[in-house]
Each structure stands twice: as C-alpha cells, then as structure tokens.
Design a protein around this ligand. Sequence first.
Ligand code: ZN
Length: 172
Amino acid sequence: MFEFCPSCGKKDIVPAGPKELYCNSCSFSYFHNVAAAVVAILELDGKVLLIRRAKDPGKGKLDLPGGFVDPKENAEEAIKREVREELNVDLESVNYIGSSPNIYEYKGVTYQTCDVFFYAPINAPPTDSDKREVAELLLMEPAEIPLDELAFVSTRTVLSRFVAARADHRRQ
Ligand SMILES: [Zn+2]
C-alpha cells in the first residue's frame, strides 16, 4: 500500500502481520485496521429496496444503501445519515440484524471492513436519491433478488439469510 515510509520517507517499509506496516529505518508502524461500515435492508410492502451502484467499486452492480462510519459516530447514527444522504429518507428507528466482514477496493487500496446491518421498514419509495451514488432504485421480492449480481460478499451473506428467513416465515 505504501512504498515509502510516511514518517521518514525511506523505502524501507514492510508488512508485519495482517494489518501492520513497519519501517525498518525509523520503527514507524502503521496499522491498517478494519473499518466499520453500515448497511440497510429497507423494506416496503414486503419488498427490499436495492440500489444499482453509480460508481466503483462495483459500478453497475446491485447493492444496499450504506457506507463507512464517520469518526465519533455510532453505527445507528451512521446508517441514518447514509440513508438520508443517499436516498433523502429519514429513518426513525433501525434494528440491528447482524454483521459480516467485507473487502472494499478503492483507488488501489484494499480496505477490510466489518459491515453492520440494520433493518428498517419505509413508508414510500424514495424519490430524491443521490445520482452520484445511485444509478437506479429497485424494489424486489426477497426471493427474486439476484444474489450473484450484488457488489459485495457481505451483502450477499446477510441478504441470503434475510431471504431464507422471509421464506420460512411465509411457509408457517
Ligand atoms: Zn520510517
């Protein structure tokens, strides 16, 4: 990720474990820690709201609304902010449903994330989404979501559990 030490500028920085880079010249350590991210499963009349990504990574693929947690923000605040920014929808309450690791490649840097998933019902389809992030909005029956068209493995993992739970619910 770095070729030169960000502290002393020498070309002597080496990996030292799964998330540490270490400089043999000045002993500088950089920890590329796991980043917290948040994701929302929004449901309207039994359908799940998906977005088609307008930018990389995963441009053109399906995704759920979400993003990275900001400094000094909790996960609930983060998902409400992301949904407001992306979809112009205010969520009153969100329910934690699980988490899943993910890999996010951005401008040549690999970010390992821990994605925190929330569920929230919405009352109407969003009408004012951020076109820089969202190319298309789709409302889909859980069973009809094409899981292999999702941009990220974490979303595939948690959505497939959600779809299975909804299917069980219908059988009862
Ligand atoms: Zn150094």
